[in-house]
Design a protein around this ligand. Structure first.
Ligand SMILES: C[S@@+](CC[C@H](N)C(=O)[O-])C[C@H]1O[C@@H](n2cnc3c(N)ncnc32)[C@H](O)[C@@H]1O
Length: 254
């Protein structure tokens, strides 16, 4: 399948996407000589920030996208490295298992969080940030368009279903897999975009990459225009456009 991530599109809203990272980082309890893994590290720029702010002994960023990891080369330094690897193939035990805006791409969170618990060392921490907008127009319209002809017939794989759970389900899950301490926060970030059209640009860098990957290249432009056509009437026509964006911030310790 074609490469899914387009770093340039993703980086268009870089500052808006960075704030939740810092909010997540603020939940982490620093300790000396930490060994840290950053799951779905992307370009690695925020992984370097994580490494430096924690004064970690060792930080490893892992990501399955060659295009994203290509950019991470600029951030490697002693103690900070990057690996092309799937999160499902995570090895070792870590003082901090960190993941900013990546685990929403993985299925079966009950099983996944069991693996993340196993990856945390004794008294190790888990810190995860996930977008949680599956009930918002930006996401609902994508599923609706994907169910229409000719997209429904052409889409490779099954219709996309969000794997993101409700906040209280994560609280129960963190407890069930064995974490002794936890915090679960649902935060709403308000982003001021120039216009409602910018919502399409935002989603093009994230959710819609999945449809782009699974549709024949010649169909994606018409998918996008149908998406725009159905989405615009569901968003207020205001300039600037206020875009509320929900995110879950999870922290836990063994
Ligand atoms: C939205 S980006 C976030 C990047 C970075 N954490 C940040 O905050 O800027 C999500 C990243 O997760 C990676 N990713 C998605 N599924 C993955 C998987 N199964 N294994 C490894 N990386 C994955 C993507 O390649 C992408 O770089």
């Amino acid at each position: 399948m074609a490469e899914q991530w387009n770093p340039a599109q993703y980086e268009r809203f870089k500052s808006e996407r960075a704030q939740p990272f810092y909010d997540l980082l603020s939940l982490v309890r620093p300790a000396s000589q930490m060994r840290v893994v950053d799951l779905g590290c992307g370009t690695g720029e925020l992984t370097r920030e994580l490494h430096l702010r924690l004064g970690a002994a060792q930080t490893v960023g892992i990501d399955s996208s060659q295009a994203m990891l290509e950019l991470s080369k600029a951030f490697s330094s002693p103690g900070l490295s990057f690996q092309l690897r799937d999160i499902g193939e995570l090895e070792g035990r870590w003082d901090l298992v960190f993941s900013n805006a990546a685990l929403q791409w993985l299925p079966d969170h009950p099983a996944l969080f069991g693996q993340l618990f196993e990856a945390a060392a004794e008294r190790g921490q888990l810190a995860v940030q996930l977008p949680a907008n599956q009930d918002q127009p930006s996401h609902l319209v994508a599923s609706e368009v994907a169910a229409e002809p000719p997209f429904a017939e052409a889409l490779i794989g099954r219709p996309r279903q969000s794997s993101v759970l409700a906040p209280e389900a994560y609280a129960a899950l963190l407890h069930r897999v064995g974490f002794r301490e936890q915090q679960v926060h649902l935060l709403v970030y308000g982003h001021l975009l120039d216009s409602r059209e910018e919502v399409v640009e935002w989603v093009k860098g994230t959710l819609l990459t999945d449809y782009q990957r699974r549709l024949p290249p010649e169909l994606f432009p018409s998918f996008l225009s149908r998406y725009r056509e159905r989405l615009m009437p569901r968003l207020e026509d205001q300039r600037p456009f206020f875009f509320p964006f929900k995110r879950l911030l999870l922290w836990a310790r063994r």
